[in-house]
Write a protein that binds this ligand. Sequence first.
Ligand code: ADP
Ligand code: MG
Length: 592
Amino acid sequence: MDIINILPDSVANQIAAGEVVDRPASAVKELLENAMDAGATQIDLVVKDAGRTLIQVVDNGCGMSDSDARLCFERHATSKIHKADDLFAIHTMGFRGEALASIAAIAQVELRTRMHDSELGTEVRIEGSQITDQRPTACAPGTSLAVKNLFFNVPARRNFLKKDSVEMSHIEEVFRRVTLIHYDLGFSLTSNGRLLYDLQPGSMLQRIAGLYGNNYKERFFNMEEQTDLLKIKGFVGKPEFSRKTRGEQYLFVNGRFIKHAALSAAVEKAYSDLLPEHSYPSYFIGLQVDPARIDINIHPTKTEVKFVDEHAMFAILRSAVKKALGQFTLATELEFDTPEEFNIPPAPKGYMPPEPRISYNPNYNPFSGSKGSVKTEKMNERSDTPSLMDDDINALSLPLKPAAPSPTLPSNTCMQVQGRYIVTTLSSGLAIIDQQRAHERVLYERLTQQVSFAPTSQALLFPVNCQFTPADADLFGELLPDLREHGFAIDPVGQCTFVVTATPPDFKESELQVTFDHILTDYKSATLQKYNNRTQTLCASLARQMAVKAGTTLSQEEMQQLVADLFACPMPETSPGGKKIITVVKPEEILK
Ligand code: ADP
Ligand code: MG
């Protein structure tokens, strides 16, 4: 008895669809790519209910003839390759002729298309692979493809969709991956009637700004490199804008977003020690290589690719990124070795190590009794900061109690080393204090206590606008009450913009956007779950942003105040993030 059947096309297509279209975002990707392959210069994406009920892409590309408008839904129907050899010279996004057949198998699709030299266009309706209607229609040149009720006949898939906000964030990610590298084309994205992005054709940097906000323009270095093998053009994030997550890392090859572990590693290697620990650089890097040197067939719907010249590409990319970051290498080379226990983030780059204000006399012998060998300069520069009283310090019974004034040294004199550490004496020995972490601890305590009191606030002379992506803006909106409790005056203006009119005292307004971005990242990342609640997380984020950074020269008074404030904290030894603040060199170790 014969038992083998040939599956009907509708079933075969539905099975294939499982691979090509697993969620609304993947249908979005296919439709955007088709529009680009059709030579469109303006592509508008409209979604409803995160693509569940509607995904529509309207383009001004070449359009299709009457018969192509039918044929495009057949499996293996493609205009992009004709023979097997063509596979090695792919210049289009698609070529398998599978996407539309798959989508039409699992949705209700309406296609309207018109070639530029035709008077009239064609409308085709297809549902579960069955064409239900085809007729001539008046429409604009180009193609509009509407996908309605995705998975209407595949309940299992439909039920596995995540909530709208998750599916929408996948769609936004697809939209970014496509639009970032095709910055010469115009795109828009409208969701539930709300225009989220309206991107004009322009430069890559303009596109980045269009997607992430204008303030992103200052966050990157331009990068450009051309070798026989590889053309590179992109933007690499300044180290000070690094993030706690790998979110904004985009690599493209020949106009296509890719994931490539080795090439990403090449970029991160180039940053080497320019970044604080657990920080990741942002980058948008476009590569151009000969399509014959890519094995694009590994998995066309996935983002992995294989290169023939992977090793050479790695080296070229790394050195190109290094070159783009070049202006910082001097600063790193001037840095000294850091004590192991500290793991101090490197000084914020872009600054040249300041000349030490405290000059250290190598002939100074602390046991000789001579006074004043440690010379401090600019002692009274910031005399508004009250100086430390020895009594204050001694009144605190803390494990690390500063030493009683010694007859040989000016009492509790602090010395700044490498613009990062404060060295001072304690009863238990010589203390090396990480200034940034110390300040973080002090600010954290102050901020957490402030919530119970009325916040202090300082009006800005000029209001500052902060911008977010739509998803971040929603999240930021939720945080407003908390931020207001800390003395920020913030109000939404428009969909993704907020105006700040007041901040906590001593807050650098130039750092507002970065601070908020970090707060949002902290919220989104699971690494900060160790903070018990929202307020603590927020205080920790704020403290980290507001703390004096390594590399900031501190006056004698500032150092003494900081040390005093630190020892007034309940946990002076560790930063809110759990890092060590103080290392004590014991007298016996000094003797050695
Ligand atoms: P592929 O893109 O791999 O060729 P698709 O199923 O995505 O396969 O599309 C099938 C064919 O339909 C394409 O090769 C192209 O000729 C045509 N097509 C699809 N979308 C468009 C569009 N927006 N404008 C013009 N032609 C299109
Ligand atoms: Mg396609």
